[in-house]
Ligand binder design. Sequence first.
Ligand code: RB5
Length: 150
Amino acid sequence: MRLAVASDHGGFRLKAEIISYFKEQGIEFEDLGTYSEESVDYPDYALAVAEAVASGKFDLGVVCCGTGIGVSISANKVPGIRAALCHDTFSARMAREHNDANVLTLGQRVVGPGLALEIVRAFLEAGFQGGGRHSRRVDKICGIEKKYCR
Ligand code: RB5
């Protein structure tokens, strides 16, 4: 599994914690920035991860900002991306199992690093349950994209 990870300045320290965890676990990843705590615009980093995942180059993405909200809104504008803002492990698991989310977003100013890493772990360990109702609903999300995203 290959992961794309990024943050703005507001999520920079949390991204560093997540990268340390990936290294520890031998998880393959690419850091798409930002590379310091200097102020930047969060949509640029959300877009980098969203495009990297939507292109198929990466399986999943993780993006951090101060709240996780701005990067979630931004990433969800890219067709094929289902970004989930999760600040608890149950939501992270459900986002994969029911919604086939392919990007996890997190807020450094909302959760501490310990919980954030548990959330990342829950997201990565879960898989889409597929079949029946979940696939039908995700297909409907794709239908909305086809109708409005040109
Ligand atoms: C940056 O100050 C902050 O607005 C950003 O990190 C994020 O929280 C936006 O949603």
